[in-house]
Design a protein around this ligand. Structure first.
Ligand code: G
Ligand code: G
Ligand code: G
Ligand code: MN
Ligand code: NA
Length: 253
C-alpha cells in the first residue's frame, strides 16, 4: 500500500528512468540492439526494479500512462543519440498484457512516432508468449496495426508458455527470445541443449531471428554459437545500464 501510494505521484515527479541492456550479435560480437528496462528512482534516491512495482501498476492500471511514457522516452533517447552523432541501434520496449487491452494503444504509438520523428525500424516491442496466448483475436488485430506502422515485434520469455512456434507464426512476429531458464544450465543439461537447439532450428525454418536471454558465461556463448543462435543478451556482456553508460556502447557515425 505504501508503494502504491508513492507510485501515484512518481510519473508527475519524473521519478522513472530507462536502463538499457545490450543485445549482441553472436557472429560478430557487436552490438545489435538494446532492451529498455524501466527503473523507479523513488523519492529521487532509492532505485527500485520492475519486479517490485510492475505487478502493482499492472493491477491498478497505471501501466497504461507509465508504459506510454516508456515508449515516448525511448524514442526521444534514440533521437537524442542520433543528433549527437551516434549510430542508433533498435531499442526493444516491453509491453504488458494490460497495455494491449487498452484501446488507445495504437493511437498513442502513432502519436509518439509523429511527435518524435523516429524511424519505426528503430523501435521493437517485446510481448511475452503468455500475453499473446491470453487474448488471441484482439491481440492479433492490434499487432497487425503495430506491424503495419513498421515496428517489429518479438516474443519474450519464449518456452515458458504453452504455445508452439507454428501457432506463433500466425502473429506478425520477427524475433523469438529464448527464456533464460533454458540457458542457465545449458552446459550441464543435455535436455536444455536439445530444447534450445530445437527452438533455433524451427525458428530458422520459419525465418524468425533468435535471441538467447540470460547468457552469463563464455561456455554458454560458445554453445549457442555452435547451434547457430544469432543474438545473445546477458550479464556476460553487460547488466542493464543507465543512458550515459549505454551511449558509450553505440558506434559513432
Ligand atoms: O531488469 P529487470 O529487473 O529490469 O526487469 C524485470 C521485468 O520487468 C522484465 O522482465 C520486464 O518484463 C519487466 N519490465 C521492465 N521494464 C518494463 C517496461 O518498461 N514495461 C513493461 N511492461 N515491463 C517492463
Ligand atoms: O523482459 P525480461 O523478462 O526478459 O527482462 C529481462 C530481465 O532479465 C531483467 O530483469 C534483467 O535484469 C534480467 N537479466 C538480464 N540478463 C540477465 C542475466 O544474464 N542473468 C540473469 N539472472 N538475469 C538477467
Ligand atoms: O572488444 P573486446 O574483444 O576486447 O571485448 C572484451 C569483452 O567485452 C568481451 O568479453 C566481449 O564480450 C565484451 N564486449 C565486446 N563488445 C562489446 C560491446 O559492444 N558491448 C558490451 N557490453 N560488451 C562488449
Ligand atoms: Mn523483455
Ligand atoms: Na524475457
Amino acid at each position: 500500500f505504501e508503494l502504491e501510494s508513492s507510485l501515484r505521484g512518481a510519473l508527475a515527479a519524473d521519478e522513472f528512468e530507462l536502463y538499457f541492456q545490450p543485445i549482441m550479435d553472436i557472429g560478430t560480437r557487436r552490438l545489435h540492439a538494446m532492451e529498455v528496462l524501466l527503473r523507479w528512482r523513488r523519492g529521487g534516491v532509492e532505485l527500485i526494479t520492475p519486479d517490485q512495482f510492475i505487478p502493482i501498476i499492472e493491477e491498478n492500471g497505471m501501466i497504461v500512462p507509465i508504459g506510454e511514457w516508456v515508449i515516448r522516452q525511448a524514442c526521444k533517447q534514440s533521437m537524442a543519440w542520433q543528433s549527437q552523432g551516434m549510430t542508433p541501434v533498435p531499442l526493444a520496449v516491453n509491453l504488458s498484457p494490460r497495455q494491449f487491452m487498452h484501446r488507445g494503444l495504437v493511437e498513442s504509438i502513432r502519436g509518439i512516432l509523429d511527435d518524435t520523428g523516429i524511424d519505426p525500424a528503430l523501435i521493437e516491442f517485446e510481448i511475452t508468449e503468455t500475453a499473446l496466448m491470453q487474448h488471441g483475436e484482439q491481440t492479433l488485430e492490434i499487432l497487425g496495426h503495430i506491424n503495419a506502422m513498421g515496428i517489429r515485434l518479438s516474443i519474450d520469455d519464449f518456452g515458458t508458455g504453452y504455445s508452439s512456434l507454428a501457432y506463433l507464426k500466425r502473429f506478425p512476429v520477427k524475433k523469438i527470445k529464448i527464456d533464460r531458464a533454458f540457458i542457465k544450465d545449458l552446459e550441464e543439461s543435455a535436455e536444455d541443449r536439445a530444447i534450445v537447439a530445437a527452438i533455433i532450428a524451427l525458428s530458422d525454418s520459419l525465418q524468425l531471428s533468435v535471441v538467447a536471454e540470460g547468457v552469463e558465461t563464455e561456455a554458454q556463448y560458445a554453445l549457442l554459437q555452435r547451434h547457430g543462435c544469432q543474438f545473445a543478451q546477458g550479464y556476460l556482456f553487460s547488466q542493464p545500464v543507465p543512458h550515459a553508460t549505454a551511449q558509450l556502447l553505440l558506434p559513432r557515425c
